[in-house]
Design a protein around this ligand. Structure first.
Ligand SMILES: [Zn+2]
Ligand SMILES: [Zn+2]
Length: 262
């Protein structure tokens, strides 16, 4: 029996740091055997506009998704989503009121510091590393408590440049995981970390084990910014999830959830 493949985290050229057309992403996804593919590009916001689509681009993005849904409806299910930055004061109603299939909530900033941007890597020297990690997971907790999102994006993104905590990451993440559970959210197994200095899936295995203990559902995302990212690391993500005990993955339609075998 063919195994179900789901990839719910994919970007587009509209965010100014990704390449390839949206149609090419779909063709690659079909080639790789993906059954459910979600576009979840960086939503516009009035902060750091260089790394996201503009408010004016939303219509182009949405129309192209709807066109592709129709054109490829016999081959692949295409979902409409946004990856939204959880940055207080900058979450925009024009985004959050959209009738999406799901929202990914992600923390890319700690007190407006873009910690995953190599341009600002010097800031890691300014603070105690465990304090940075705690601040990061506190932001994740607030993101979950906001109740605005369906999926928590790349849960331990802060490890991207290998600035790892000295404390046990499971303790640092404890309250964030509880908040995610309480908010009934899903956590993605995101393979982009394999392409980064950390060379590891987000989140790390000990965190996925904690998630499993808490019965938090998972889904998969390649966080593709290039055509060749689609499917990259997928099999590794699946084996880790299965080894830990997961047998179902979450998908979404109009913000309704559905757990499927994978
Ligand atoms: Zn991006
Ligand atoms: Zn992200």
């Amino acid at each position: 029996m063919k195994k179900l493949r789901i990839d719910l985290h994919n970007h587009t050229y509209l965010c100014n740091h990704a390449s390839g057309t949206m149609q090419e992403y779909i063709q690659k996804a079909i080639e790789f055997g993906i059954d459910v593919f979600g576009f979840s590009c960086h939503a516009p916001m009035n902060f750091d506009p260089k790394y996201r689509m503009s408010f004016e681009d939303m219509i182009i993005y949405e129309n192209e998704i709807f066109r592709l849904q129709e054109e490829f409806k016999d081959k692949i299910k295409i979902l409409f989503a946004y990856e939204v930055d959880f940055l207080e004061g900058f979450i925009d109603d024009k985004v959050i009121n959209k009738d999406v299939d799901y929202f990914i909530g992600s923390v890319h900033f700690i007190d407006k510091w873009g910690f995953d941007n190599p341009e600002f890597i010097g800031r890691y020297d300014d603070m105690d590393i465990d304090d940075i990690w705690q601040k990061y997971f506190d932001a994740i907790s607030l993101m979950a408590k906001s109740g605005l999102f369906d999926i928590a994006g790349h849960l331990d993104l802060l490890k991207v440049f290998k600035f790892l905590p000295t404390k046990d990451v499971r303790l640092l993440a404890k309250n964030a995981l509880k908040a995610i559970k309480k908010a009934d959210m899903t956590i993605e197994i995101n393979t982009a970390g394999l392409r980064k200095p950390i060379e590891e899936i987000y989140p790390s295995r000990p965190l996925i084990e904690e998630m499993y203990e808490l019965d938090i559902p998972i889904t998969f995302g390649s966080d593709a910014h290039k055509i060749e990212h689609i499917g990259h690391g997928y099999d590794e993500a699946v084996s880790i999830a299965k080894e830990i005990g997961y047998s179902k993955i979450m998908t979404f339609k109009n913000r309704d959830k559905q757990l499927l075998n994978f």
